[in-house]
Design a protein. Structure first.
Length: 283
């Protein structure tokens, strides 16, 4: 029996942007929808409102704010985590009744604890003041992860791979469901382990920078980006080896010079299906 569309694992791009404040692209965040549950990866600026848009415009009910209760952080750069206070508190105000589970690298506990501390006045008022709220929905459960399988339930198995992004501890994530394998790179330069981790996936969501645009930058910036991110040419070669069913580009550096610049560069070397991801697209 074929799987119904309602049960098919879906990818929702909630934010495809970079640190540049672009009104058309929220901060990096991807939702994996399996049956009636949503699993978020990263929480850049605008994450909860993008999720609410996905409910209103696209009818994706698992992204209703009260249902947002699991997020995985690829790393702790601000552009991937500025939406964390939003994800902790807004769904609680909207009615979430259970704690938010946060999976991430070492340092996640300290970051989340400081956020809770910063909003102590707000929490006290909502629980004890004139805006009564439940006493569970703002709470957090932190899992500082190690490589390997980090989570499993009846819907999904999630595996984490350490990647290289400067001096930060960073992870790529692989979601294995009954009908799809989906990989999200996070921010990374190319390392040998990526080929095995990506091989056989149905969807690969990958960061990238334009090689052409990089060459226009001063040498110090060329050195920086090439040491912490993945070029269009490198990604084309990697995709040729691993053969994902669909390659989705997000967190595209220099994309504003030409919305399809990275796609065009990749297609010169890679013959598979590749697209430039945009906010609120569903796959």
């Amino acid at each position: 029996m074929s799987m119904s569309n309602i049960d098919k694992t879906k990818v929702v791009l909630l934010g495809t942007g970079t640190p540049i404040p672009d009104p058309l692209r929220s901060g990096p965040s991807v939702a994996i929808i399996v049956k009636k549950k949503a699993y978020l990866v990263d929480c850049g600026v605008g994450v909860v409102r993008r999720a609410a848009e996905a409910v209103t415009l696209l009818g994706i009910k698992p992204l209703q704010p009260p249902f947002l209760n699991k997020v995985l952080l690829t790393h702790l750069h601000s552009d991937h985590t500025l939406g964390l206070p939003d994800l902790i508190f807004t769904p609680w105000v909207a009615g979430r009744k259970k704690p938010l589970e946060i999976f991430g690298p070492k340092g996640t506990q300290a970051m989340a604890d400081h956020i809770i501390s910063a909003y102590k006045i707000d929490i006290d008022e909502r629980i004890n003041g004139l805006e009564p709220a439940n006493d569970k929905g703002h709470q957090i459960i932190i899992h500082e992860i190690s490589p390997g399988i980090i989570y499993e339930d009846s819907n999904v198995k999630i595996e984490a791979l350490p990647v290289k992004h400067g001096n930060l501890t960073s992870f790529a994530y692989k979601f294995i469901t009954k009908d799809r394998i989906i990989v999200i790179s996070g921010d990374t330069t190319v390392i040998d382990e990526l080929a095995d981790f990506y091989e056989g996936c149905d969807i690969l969501i990958h960061e990238v920078y334009s090689q052409t645009a990089l060459e226009r930058l001063p040498p110090n910036w060329q050195n920086y980006h090439s040491s912490v991110h993945t070029s269009s040419l490198e990604l084309a070669n990697l995709a040729t080896i691993t053969k994902p069913g669909l390659l989705i580009l997000y967190h595209q550096l220099f994309w504003h010079l030409n919305d399809n610049i990275c796609v065009e560069e990749i297609k010169k070397l890679y013959k598979g299906k590749v697209i430039s991801g945009k906010d609120l697209e569903v796959y």
